[in-house]
Design a protein around this ligand. Sequence first.
Ligand code: NAD
Ligand code: ZN
Ligand code: ZN
Length: 406
Amino acid sequence: MRAVTWHGKRDVRVDTVPDPAVEAPDDVIVQITSTGICGSDLHLYEVLGPFLDEGDILGHEPMGRVVEVGPQVTKVSVGDRVVVPFNVSCGTCWMCGNGLYSQCETTQVREYGNGASLFGYTKLYGQVPGGQAEYLRVPFGNTLPVKVPDGPSDDRFVYLSDVLPTAWQAVQYADAAPGGSLLVLGLGPIGDMCTRVARHLGVEQVIGVDLVPERLERAAARGTTVVDLNSVGSGEDGGDQELGDVVRDLTGGRGADAVIDAVGMEAHGSPAGKIAHQVTGLLPDALAAKLMTTAGTDRLGALHSAIDAVRRGGTISLSGVYGGMADPMPMLTMFDKQIQLRMGQANVHRWVPEILPLLVDGDPLGVDDFATHHLPLESASDAYATFQEKGDGMVKTLLTTAAHTG
Ligand SMILES: NC(=O)c1ccc[n+]([C@@H]2O[C@H](COP(=O)([O-])OP(=O)(O)OC[C@H]3O[C@@H](n4cnc5c(N)ncnc54)[C@H](O)[C@@H]3O)[C@@H](O)[C@H]2O)c1
Ligand SMILES: [Zn+2]
Ligand SMILES: [Zn+2]
């Protein structure tokens, strides 16, 4: 089959690799029709190289049709249309039973002290072959794949794999009350979807921050108050005010009730991080891996903005992914401000029952035209490069395979 594979920093190719096969009796094989490229994939493209091997198959936002099932699979059948969550979660352990699918105790990667394995996401997360491919082996066939109805296009359902539950969880963890204010840092796919979910759930004032014009426009068009990071002190041209001041001006002087950081470690405006980031790119892998987890390539620009812009007693919800532990956190300020900091990978299945009805009856979240690009799987190499540069107005790309129809 054809699959998107990692070959080095900023080197992603489409190769011919062996087809996956049923290995465990409850495995299913899914023929992928659509598969997203995620902001998280950019971390693999840029900084997580030490944890990948050449040829690793990327991707964790796939959907398609079941083409083969193991002998113990009873919950899905050949021909079913399914979305595959990005967490490899068993659905039956204590963590899964408590809705914490991203901490699944069956697939935890204990070697690295990490939670559930993820599709297509480095040795840190189990080195499981990913879903930017023509076929995907999906374990836990009775509990993991999410069956979706025939009819609407893939665009309607594919974001159930990651973007929707991630945004949904971010908004829930932010604890933004109806009638309250929410600041969303980063208007990539995750941040953009957070603004949509928040408004759908009745949050009155939604403020979004980014520095890419198309991303700001896209959020503004759906009613978000947008702030261009370039126009404030922390941005390139630098205004007089810091972002926190701008947010306080917009929120009666207090700051936002809740802040979602949907940026993560590729944050713009963290020069110290940038140097570490470049240094790890130059070190031999073993050393770089060590530096990445301990000495840190964290780029905490957005997190520091969040801590500044949240009101006292407010909540910060982190969905951006952070990699290391180096940058000392402003613990004193966090403590003094009585901030509740919630974070973690999304527990996909925990939110599916709440989200799925919004995808079946109409399209209140606007997923049908959420993707800015639909491109053939074969063009993945260019698509990664464009996404990394934020070129061509690209916000969200769905790669489609030959099996994709309509
Ligand atoms: N928790 C989860 O389960 C989960 C799931 C998916 C993605 N993620 C993470 O969420 C983050 C966002 O994902 P995405 O797909 O939207 O990625 P993305 O890279 O497209 O979006 C990030 C956005 O942040 C903007 N940005 C950069 N620096 C900023 C700053 N200092 N202030 C405000 N905005 C800034 C960028 O211009 C970009 O638009 C990534 O870190 C990704 O790894 C987490
Ligand atoms: Zn993703
Ligand atoms: Zn589990």
